[in-house]
Write a protein that binds this ligand. Structure first.
Ligand SMILES: [Zn+2]
Ligand SMILES: [Zn+2]
Length: 133
């Protein structure tokens, strides 16, 4: 949180309580604008959709969050401080877990087999989490 706070302040922007709340919500898992909006409004203070959207857009510009997309094609926002990783997505309860993989062999293989210039990749696993099994 302190690092993010610094990034925001370095850009001459204020670290508001609203920004802090959205960051707290994002700490749990990647979420859609609607989920974030619902979560911040489940507490007593009200934040309108425009504000939520504006804050998320500024977070995107500052590189604080990334957009990720799963099977349902809905854009989710994820904190970008956790480094490169992949996701395990539960199709029953919607749980999203991060997983880091040793992927060098796999990336080398792609490089050997094609001239395609890869800039990035994403890898998601869909299934049923242990609680839902
Ligand atoms: Zn990867
Ligand atoms: Zn589940």
């Amino acid at each position: 949180m302190d690092k993010v706070k610094q990034i925001i302040k370095d850009k001459g922007q204020r670290f508001t309580s609203q920004k802090k709340e959205i960051l707290n919500v994002l700490q749990q898992k990647p979420q859609t604008v609607f989920e974030i909006y619902t979560a911040v409004n489940s507490k007593k203070n009200h934040m309108n959709k425009v504000t939520v959207y504006r804050i998320l857009t500024s977070f995107l510009e500052l590189g604080i969050v990334n957009k990720v997309q799963f099977n349902d094609k809905e854009a989710r926002f994820e904190l970008s401080n956790s480094g490169h990783h992949h996701h395990l997505v539960c199709e029953v309860c919607g749980l999203i877990e991060d997983i880091q993989l040793p992927e060098n062999i796999f990336l080398k293989e792609v490089k050997n087999k094609t001239d395609f210039k890869i800039k990035s990749h994403s890898l998601e696993f869909f299934g049923i989490c242990d609680r839902c099994q």
